[in-house]
Design a protein around this ligand. Structure first.
Ligand code: GLY
Ligand code: MN
Ligand code: MN
Length: 440
């Protein structure tokens, strides 16, 4: 039998782990999958969020109270919690390729896990505090976690397959959402169209969908969905992903309803689309991701000038921080098991911090790019009332075409976000554009 990418993935994780344990003086690692949490004074559970370290090894995302025991020279031991529960659907009997690669122990009572996790030596235990069993209490050793987080940025072939699939799952849903927008749907209706096309429910999404019409497009993490249809649908920003075996896609598209009244917005959208593609092209091995962020500010300044929104040179806009009014977030982040994946600020595997550029507090990735990293590239240009008030009060106010700002404010803003894989050489693989292209 030829080796599968999953088997290779496990073998690579095992090699990395053995080295990390040796370097930090541990004999074994225990990983808790996590526990279900309940609303205060209530019996309703919050949506279960698995420990990302657990799902790095296993494609199991709905499995609270399970554990993983990892030791040098041993197969992973999975203590698999499968309660006899007639109120809920318990996890199904273990199936899938992963089963062949592990020592499997099925338990029906959460506390029985402890008996299968007792091994001699010094134990590292990664998990949330609430997952503790009487004799197994997470200690989350930071030096070991640093080593694991640093490595996690470099995706294995198996992980890239999951992430390609996660983009392919989201792309048709984005188009269904666009069609629902063009048909005049409410935010809630558009959201439902997205879910149906993705074959997801809200529970399956890697993050809450951002489904914004008109002025709502200016709210970076707009968290509601109007159930009322707007009187007029002008613009639509959707930031929505999908999940495959615990791996996320994170995709944003902005659409215009078109028509005579939207010419200025459409021109801005076209300029942002070109800038986004150029920024994706900057993703190359060896490039400092901070430089892509700073390049975004220069490109946004040029757009603001070209579109007649700000009568200031690129250099003057940067000096006066004008672009931060219109683009007040980072250009992107690592992506993988978590939407904002771990390890974005690590200068090296010991946990030394790579600083953010001065004046750019929201950038989430400061590492040099290397082959196998998956990052988002998500430039935005928004008309955010509270930030525009700051601009109005600044020395740059007289260089702004406020009438145009006012007109464009009715469209809220623009964000375009792709998920891209840095390659050892040449341009990046664009998971998102490839997924859309495969539909046409
Ligand atoms: N969906 C959140 C983000 O783009 O970072
Ligand atoms: Mn993102
Ligand atoms: Mn996003």
């Amino acid at each position: 039998m030829s080796t599968t990418t999953y088997a290779q993935h496990l073998a690579q994780l095992q090699t990395q782990l053995e080295s990390a344990l040796a370097r930090t003086g541990f004999d074994a690692l225990l990983i808790a999958s996590g526990i279900e949490k309940y609303a205060f004074l209530d019996d309703r559970p919050y949506l279960f969020q698995p420990n990302p370290h657990f799902k790095h090894w296993l494609p199991l995302t709905q499995h609270p109270n399970s554990w993983l025991l990892l030791r040098p020279g041993h197969q992973p031991r999975v203590v698999y919690y499968q309660p006899d529960d007639y109120w809920h659907v318990p996890p199904s009997a273990p199936t899938g390729e992963w089963v062949q690669h592990v020592e499997l122990i099925v338990i029906s009572r959460a506390e029985d896990a402890a008996a299968h996790l007792q091994v001699p030596g010094r134990l590292a235990i990664i998990g949330e505090a609430d997952a503790a069993l009487e004799s197994v209490v997470p200690n989350n050793p930071q030096d070991l976690i640093h080593l694991l987080h640093y490595q996690r940025a470099f995706k294995t072939a198996y992980e890239l397959e999951q992430m390609r699939a996660a983009s392919r799952r989201a792309a048709p849903a984005h188009l269904a959402a666009r069609d629902a927008f063009l048909a005049g749907g409410s935010e809630a209706e558009i959201h439902r169209a997205y879910l149906i096309a993705a074959g997801h429910t809200d529970r399956d999404l890697p993050y809450g969908n951002i489904v914004a019409l008109n002025e709502h497009c200016a709210v970076l993490h707009y968290q509601y969905q109007d159930t009322q249809r707007p009187a007029q649908s002008r613009s639509f920003l959707i930031d929505a992903g999908a999940q495959v075996n615990g791996y996320a896609s994170d995709i944003t598209r902005t659409w215009s309803a078109g028509g005579a009244g939207s010419a200025e917005f459409d021109a801005l959208l076209a300029a942002m689309e070109s800038a986004q593609l150029a920024l994706v092209d900057e993703v190359r091995a060896g490039v400092d991701y901070r430089d892509i962020h700073l390049s975004t500010h220069r490109r946004i300044a040029a757009i603001l000038q070209d579109q007649g929104l700000v009568r200031m040179s690129v250099e003057a806009q940067l000096a006066e921080r004008v672009t931060s009014i219109f683009f007040p977030h980072g250009i992107g982040h690592l992506l993988g098991l978590q939407v904002h994946d771990a390890g974005g600020f690590m200068a090296d595997e010991t946990g030394a911090v790579s600083p953010k550029p001065e004046g750019h507090p929201y950038l989430r990735l400061t590492r040099p790019l290397a082959a196998g990293m998956v990052v988002t590239i998500e430039p935005g240009l928004y008309f955010i009332p509270t930030l525009l008030r700051q601009l109005r009060a600044s020395a740059s106010a007289s260089s702004v075409d406020w009438a145009k700002v006012e007109r464009l404010s009715r469209f809220g803003g623009i964000r375009i976000e792709d998920d891209v894989v840095c390659r050892a050489e040449g341009p990046a693989e664009n998971l998102t554009r490839d997924a859309f292209a495969s539909l046409s």
